[in-house]
Design a protein around this ligand. Structure first.
Ligand SMILES: *[C@@H]1O[C@H](CO)[C@@H](O)[C@H](O)[C@H]1NC(C)=O
Ligand SMILES: *[C@@H]1O[C@H](CO)[C@@H](O)[C@H](O)[C@H]1NC(C)=O
Ligand SMILES: *[C@@H]1O[C@H](CO)[C@@H](O)[C@H](O)[C@H]1NC(C)=O
Ligand SMILES: *[C@@H]1O[C@H](CO)[C@@H](O)[C@H](O)[C@H]1NC(C)=O
Ligand SMILES: *[C@@H]1O[C@H](CO)[C@@H](O)[C@H](O)[C@H]1NC(C)=O
Ligand SMILES: CC(=O)N[C@H]1CO[C@H](CO)[C@@H](O)[C@@H]1O
Length: 229
Protein backbone atom coordinates (compact mmCIF):
# COMPACT_ATOMS: atom_id res chain seq x y z
CA UNK A 1 0.00 0.00 0.00
CA UNK A 2 1.23 3.45 -0.74
CA UNK A 3 1.80 5.85 2.11
CA UNK A 4 -1.01 8.04 0.90
CA UNK A 5 -3.36 5.11 0.78
CA UNK A 6 -2.39 4.11 4.34
CA UNK A 7 -2.93 7.64 5.52
CA UNK A 8 -6.35 7.62 3.95
CA UNK A 9 -7.39 4.43 5.74
CA UNK A 10 -6.01 5.66 9.04
CA UNK A 11 -8.04 8.83 8.57
CA UNK A 12 -11.25 6.96 7.82
CA UNK A 13 -10.65 4.55 10.69
CA UNK A 14 -10.08 7.41 13.10
CA UNK A 15 -13.40 8.96 12.14
CA UNK A 16 -15.31 5.70 12.43
CA UNK A 17 -13.65 4.87 15.72
CA UNK A 18 -14.44 8.33 17.06
CA UNK A 19 -18.12 7.76 16.25
CA UNK A 20 -18.30 4.24 17.64
CA UNK A 21 -16.53 5.07 20.88
CA UNK A 22 -19.34 7.53 21.62
CA UNK A 23 -17.71 10.90 21.57
CA UNK A 24 -20.06 12.29 24.21
CA UNK A 25 -18.31 13.77 27.23
CA UNK A 26 -19.21 12.51 30.71
CA UNK A 27 -19.39 16.14 31.79
CA UNK A 28 -19.08 19.45 29.99
CA UNK A 29 -19.95 23.07 30.49
CA UNK A 30 -22.13 25.25 28.35
CA UNK A 31 -21.51 28.93 28.21
CA UNK A 32 -24.47 31.10 27.22
CA UNK A 33 -23.42 34.62 26.30
CA UNK A 34 -26.48 36.84 26.68
CA UNK A 35 -27.41 40.47 26.12
CA UNK A 36 -28.63 40.74 29.72
CA UNK A 37 -27.25 43.73 31.64
CA UNK A 38 -26.89 42.36 35.15
CA UNK A 39 -24.08 44.66 36.27
CA UNK A 40 -22.17 41.47 36.93
CA UNK A 41 -21.24 39.97 33.58
CA UNK A 42 -23.74 38.54 31.10
CA UNK A 43 -22.85 34.88 30.79
CA UNK A 44 -24.56 31.87 32.27
CA UNK A 45 -22.40 28.77 32.70
CA UNK A 46 -24.06 25.40 33.12
CA UNK A 47 -22.28 22.25 34.21
CA UNK A 48 -23.83 19.28 32.41
CA UNK A 49 -23.41 15.81 33.92
CA UNK A 50 -24.11 12.89 31.61
CA UNK A 51 -24.92 10.53 34.51
CA UNK A 52 -27.77 12.72 35.65
CA UNK A 53 -29.71 12.23 32.38
CA UNK A 54 -27.64 10.65 29.57
CA UNK A 55 -30.12 10.97 26.68
CA UNK A 56 -30.79 14.62 27.43
CA UNK A 57 -27.15 15.51 28.08
CA UNK A 58 -25.93 13.90 24.84
CA UNK A 59 -28.73 15.48 22.84
CA UNK A 60 -27.85 18.94 24.13
CA UNK A 61 -24.21 18.34 23.19
CA UNK A 62 -25.33 17.73 19.60
CA UNK A 63 -27.56 20.81 19.61
CA UNK A 64 -24.83 23.12 20.89
CA UNK A 65 -22.42 21.73 18.30
CA UNK A 66 -24.89 22.41 15.49
CA UNK A 67 -26.06 25.70 13.97
CA UNK A 68 -29.00 25.89 16.37
CA UNK A 69 -27.60 28.81 18.37
CA UNK A 70 -25.78 30.44 15.44
CA UNK A 71 -28.69 32.91 15.37
CA UNK A 72 -29.56 34.72 18.63
CA UNK A 73 -32.15 32.79 20.62
CA UNK A 74 -34.69 34.49 22.90
CA UNK A 75 -35.56 33.86 26.53
CA UNK A 76 -39.21 33.54 25.61
CA UNK A 77 -40.78 32.54 28.92
CA UNK A 78 -40.05 33.96 32.34
CA UNK A 79 -42.11 32.94 35.35
CA UNK A 80 -40.81 34.89 38.36
CA UNK A 81 -39.79 32.75 41.35
CA UNK A 82 -40.26 29.63 39.19
CA UNK A 83 -38.36 29.22 35.90
CA UNK A 84 -36.85 30.88 32.83
CA UNK A 85 -37.32 28.91 29.62
CA UNK A 86 -35.33 28.99 26.37
CA UNK A 87 -34.24 26.72 23.51
CA UNK A 88 -36.16 27.85 20.44
CA UNK A 89 -33.76 28.92 17.70
CA UNK A 90 -34.14 32.40 16.25
CA UNK A 91 -33.80 30.68 12.87
CA UNK A 92 -37.00 28.78 11.85
CA UNK A 93 -34.94 26.43 9.65
CA UNK A 94 -33.12 25.17 12.72
CA UNK A 95 -36.38 24.60 14.59
CA UNK A 96 -37.60 22.47 11.70
CA UNK A 97 -34.33 20.47 11.62
CA UNK A 98 -34.43 19.79 15.38
CA UNK A 99 -38.17 19.15 15.51
CA UNK A 100 -37.79 15.60 16.82
CA UNK A 101 -38.42 14.15 20.25
CA UNK A 102 -36.07 12.14 22.43
CA UNK A 103 -36.96 9.50 25.01
CA UNK A 104 -37.20 10.46 28.68
CA UNK A 105 -34.44 9.87 31.19
CA UNK A 106 -35.36 8.67 34.66
CA UNK A 107 -35.40 11.51 37.21
CA UNK A 108 -32.31 10.97 39.35
CA UNK A 109 -31.67 14.53 40.49
CA UNK A 110 -34.09 16.97 42.10
CA UNK A 111 -35.14 20.25 40.44
CA UNK A 112 -33.50 22.41 43.08
CA UNK A 113 -32.38 26.02 42.56
CA UNK A 114 -30.12 26.48 39.53
CA UNK A 115 -30.70 23.04 38.00
CA UNK A 116 -31.52 22.84 34.29
CA UNK A 117 -34.10 20.47 32.77
CA UNK A 118 -35.82 20.01 29.44
CA UNK A 119 -39.32 21.36 29.07
CA UNK A 120 -41.79 18.65 28.10
CA UNK A 121 -45.29 18.27 26.78
CA UNK A 122 -45.91 14.87 28.38
CA UNK A 123 -43.87 11.64 28.36
CA UNK A 124 -41.08 11.32 25.73
CA UNK A 125 -41.66 14.74 24.17
CA UNK A 126 -38.37 16.50 24.92
CA UNK A 127 -36.91 18.39 21.97
CA UNK A 128 -34.71 21.48 22.40
CA UNK A 129 -36.39 23.59 25.09
CA UNK A 130 -34.77 23.93 28.49
CA UNK A 131 -35.52 25.76 31.70
CA UNK A 132 -33.48 26.99 34.63
CA UNK A 133 -35.08 26.57 38.05
CA UNK A 134 -35.10 29.93 39.85
CA UNK A 135 -36.13 28.20 43.07
CA UNK A 136 -36.24 24.79 44.65
CA UNK A 137 -38.92 23.31 42.37
CA UNK A 138 -38.64 19.76 43.70
CA UNK A 139 -42.36 19.32 43.11
CA UNK A 140 -41.46 18.99 39.39
CA UNK A 141 -39.51 15.79 40.08
CA UNK A 142 -42.59 13.56 40.07
CA UNK A 143 -43.63 14.99 36.68
CA UNK A 144 -40.69 13.52 34.79
CA UNK A 145 -38.41 16.58 34.56
CA UNK A 146 -34.90 15.16 34.81
CA UNK A 147 -32.19 17.79 35.45
CA UNK A 148 -29.19 17.46 33.13
CA UNK A 149 -27.02 20.09 34.79
CA UNK A 150 -26.72 23.04 37.11
CA UNK A 151 -25.84 26.71 36.73
CA UNK A 152 -22.41 27.19 38.29
CA UNK A 153 -22.10 30.85 37.37
CA UNK A 154 -24.54 33.55 36.28
CA UNK A 155 -27.70 32.66 38.20
CA UNK A 156 -27.87 36.39 38.96
CA UNK A 157 -27.80 37.02 35.19
CA UNK A 158 -30.65 34.51 34.75
CA UNK A 159 -32.62 36.32 37.43
CA UNK A 160 -32.24 39.62 35.55
CA UNK A 161 -33.73 38.36 32.26
CA UNK A 162 -36.63 40.48 31.08
CA UNK A 163 -40.07 38.95 31.46
CA UNK A 164 -41.67 39.48 28.03
CA UNK A 165 -45.18 38.61 29.25
CA UNK A 166 -45.71 39.95 32.77
CA UNK A 167 -48.81 38.39 34.29
CA UNK A 168 -48.97 35.63 31.69
CA UNK A 169 -47.06 32.53 32.78
CA UNK A 170 -47.48 30.88 29.34
CA UNK A 171 -44.91 33.21 27.82
CA UNK A 172 -44.95 34.21 24.18
CA UNK A 173 -46.64 32.27 21.38
CA UNK A 174 -44.11 29.48 20.90
CA UNK A 175 -45.49 28.25 17.58
CA UNK A 176 -45.21 31.72 16.06
CA UNK A 177 -41.67 32.14 17.35
CA UNK A 178 -40.61 28.66 16.15
CA UNK A 179 -41.92 29.17 12.65
CA UNK A 180 -41.30 32.91 12.15
CA UNK A 181 -38.15 33.41 14.18
CA UNK A 182 -36.53 36.57 15.47
CA UNK A 183 -38.30 38.89 13.00
CA UNK A 184 -41.58 37.93 14.65
CA UNK A 185 -40.41 38.12 18.26
CA UNK A 186 -38.67 41.48 17.78
CA UNK A 187 -41.72 43.02 16.15
CA UNK A 188 -43.80 41.99 19.19
CA UNK A 189 -41.30 42.15 22.06
CA UNK A 190 -38.59 44.59 21.11
CA UNK A 191 -36.96 44.52 24.57
CA UNK A 192 -36.72 40.73 24.82
CA UNK A 193 -33.40 39.23 25.95
CA UNK A 194 -31.33 36.89 23.80
CA UNK A 195 -28.67 34.23 24.02
CA UNK A 196 -26.15 35.72 21.59
CA UNK A 197 -23.93 32.67 21.50
CA UNK A 198 -23.82 29.22 23.06
CA UNK A 199 -20.61 27.25 23.31
CA UNK A 200 -19.06 24.26 24.99
CA UNK A 201 -16.39 25.43 27.40
CA UNK A 202 -13.30 23.38 28.03
CA UNK A 203 -11.89 25.16 31.04
CA UNK A 204 -14.71 23.99 33.23
CA UNK A 205 -14.81 20.30 34.15
CA UNK A 206 -11.46 18.53 34.36
CA UNK A 207 -12.94 15.13 33.59
CA UNK A 208 -13.94 16.31 30.13
CA UNK A 209 -10.46 17.55 29.32
CA UNK A 210 -8.78 14.40 30.57
CA UNK A 211 -11.21 12.24 28.59
CA UNK A 212 -10.34 14.15 25.43
CA UNK A 213 -6.63 13.88 26.14
CA UNK A 214 -6.80 10.13 26.78
CA UNK A 215 -8.87 9.55 23.65
CA UNK A 216 -6.60 11.56 21.39
CA UNK A 217 -3.49 9.95 22.86
CA UNK A 218 -4.98 6.53 22.22
CA UNK A 219 -5.88 7.48 18.64
CA UNK A 220 -2.37 8.82 18.08
CA UNK A 221 -0.77 5.53 19.15
CA UNK A 222 -3.28 3.55 17.14
CA UNK A 223 -2.49 5.60 14.07
CA UNK A 224 1.25 5.21 14.55
CA UNK A 225 0.79 1.45 14.93
CA UNK A 226 -1.34 1.15 11.80
CA UNK A 227 0.99 3.38 9.90
CA UNK A 228 4.19 1.45 10.59
CA UNK A 229 2.96 -2.15 10.66
C1 LIG B 1 -21.56 38.77 41.07
O1 LIG B 1 -20.92 37.53 40.78
C2 LIG B 1 -20.19 36.99 41.88
C3 LIG B 1 -19.43 35.76 41.38
O2 LIG B 1 -20.27 34.89 40.66
C4 LIG B 1 -21.18 36.67 43.00
O3 LIG B 1 -20.48 36.15 44.11
C5 LIG B 1 -21.94 37.94 43.42
O4 LIG B 1 -22.93 37.62 44.36
C6 LIG B 1 -22.58 38.59 42.21
N1 LIG B 1 -23.15 39.88 42.57
C7 LIG B 1 -24.43 40.17 42.39
C8 LIG B 1 -24.84 41.57 42.75
O5 LIG B 1 -25.24 39.40 41.95
C1 LIG C 1 -42.87 20.19 14.33
O1 LIG C 1 -43.60 19.08 13.89
C2 LIG C 1 -44.98 19.12 14.17
C3 LIG C 1 -45.63 17.86 13.65
O2 LIG C 1 -44.85 16.75 13.92
C4 LIG C 1 -45.62 20.34 13.53
O3 LIG C 1 -46.97 20.42 13.94
C5 LIG C 1 -44.88 21.60 13.98
O4 LIG C 1 -45.39 22.73 13.31
C6 LIG C 1 -43.41 21.47 13.71
N1 LIG C 1 -42.71 22.65 14.24
C7 LIG C 1 -41.74 23.29 13.56
C8 LIG C 1 -41.12 24.45 14.26
O5 LIG C 1 -41.36 22.95 12.45
C1 LIG D 1 -36.40 21.35 48.24
O1 LIG D 1 -37.72 21.30 48.72
C2 LIG D 1 -38.11 20.02 49.21
C3 LIG D 1 -39.59 20.07 49.53
O2 LIG D 1 -39.91 21.22 50.24
C4 LIG D 1 -37.24 19.67 50.42
O3 LIG D 1 -37.60 18.39 50.90
C5 LIG D 1 -35.78 19.67 49.99
O4 LIG D 1 -34.95 19.44 51.12
C6 LIG D 1 -35.41 21.00 49.35
N1 LIG D 1 -34.06 20.90 48.80
C7 LIG D 1 -33.14 21.84 48.96
C8 LIG D 1 -31.80 21.57 48.35
O5 LIG D 1 -33.36 22.87 49.57
C1 LIG E 1 -51.02 34.13 27.49
O1 LIG E 1 -50.16 33.88 26.40
C2 LIG E 1 -50.61 32.84 25.55
C3 LIG E 1 -49.52 32.56 24.53
O2 LIG E 1 -49.04 33.73 23.96
C4 LIG E 1 -51.93 33.23 24.92
O3 LIG E 1 -52.38 32.20 24.09
C5 LIG E 1 -52.94 33.52 26.02
O4 LIG E 1 -54.14 34.02 25.45
C6 LIG E 1 -52.41 34.52 27.02
N1 LIG E 1 -53.31 34.60 28.16
C7 LIG E 1 -53.75 35.75 28.65
C8 LIG E 1 -54.65 35.67 29.85
O5 LIG E 1 -53.43 36.84 28.17
C1 LIG F 1 -19.16 19.61 37.06
O1 LIG F 1 -19.95 18.61 37.69
C2 LIG F 1 -19.26 17.42 37.96
C3 LIG F 1 -20.23 16.43 38.54
O2 LIG F 1 -20.94 16.98 39.59
C4 LIG F 1 -18.09 17.69 38.89
O3 LIG F 1 -17.35 16.52 39.06
C5 LIG F 1 -17.21 18.78 38.29
O4 LIG F 1 -16.22 19.14 39.21
C6 LIG F 1 -18.03 20.00 37.97
N1 LIG F 1 -17.18 21.03 37.37
C7 LIG F 1 -17.15 22.29 37.83
C8 LIG F 1 -16.22 23.22 37.15
O5 LIG F 1 -17.88 22.70 38.69
C1 LIG G 1 -49.13 38.45 20.00
C2 LIG G 1 -48.73 39.59 19.11
O1 LIG G 1 -48.42 40.66 19.60
N1 LIG G 1 -48.74 39.35 17.83
C3 LIG G 1 -48.33 40.34 16.82
C4 LIG G 1 -46.89 40.12 16.43
O2 LIG G 1 -46.50 40.98 15.36
C5 LIG G 1 -47.25 40.79 14.20
C6 LIG G 1 -46.65 41.68 13.16
O3 LIG G 1 -45.31 41.30 12.94
C7 LIG G 1 -48.70 41.10 14.46
O4 LIG G 1 -49.45 40.84 13.30
C8 LIG G 1 -49.20 40.20 15.61
O5 LIG G 1 -50.52 40.56 15.96
Amino acid sequence: MSTLCKLFFVFIFTIIFGRLSGSYPSTYCIRLDTDVESGNGSSIIINITQNWAPIGANHLFDIINSQFYATPSAFFRVVPKFVVQFGISGDPTQNAIWNKTILDDPVLISNTVGTVSYATDGPNTRTTQLFINYRNNSRLDSHGFAPIGIVISGLDVANTILNPTPGNTTGIDQTAYSTEGNAWILSNYSQINFIKRASITYNCPRSYQSKIEVTSLFLLFLNLFLFFF
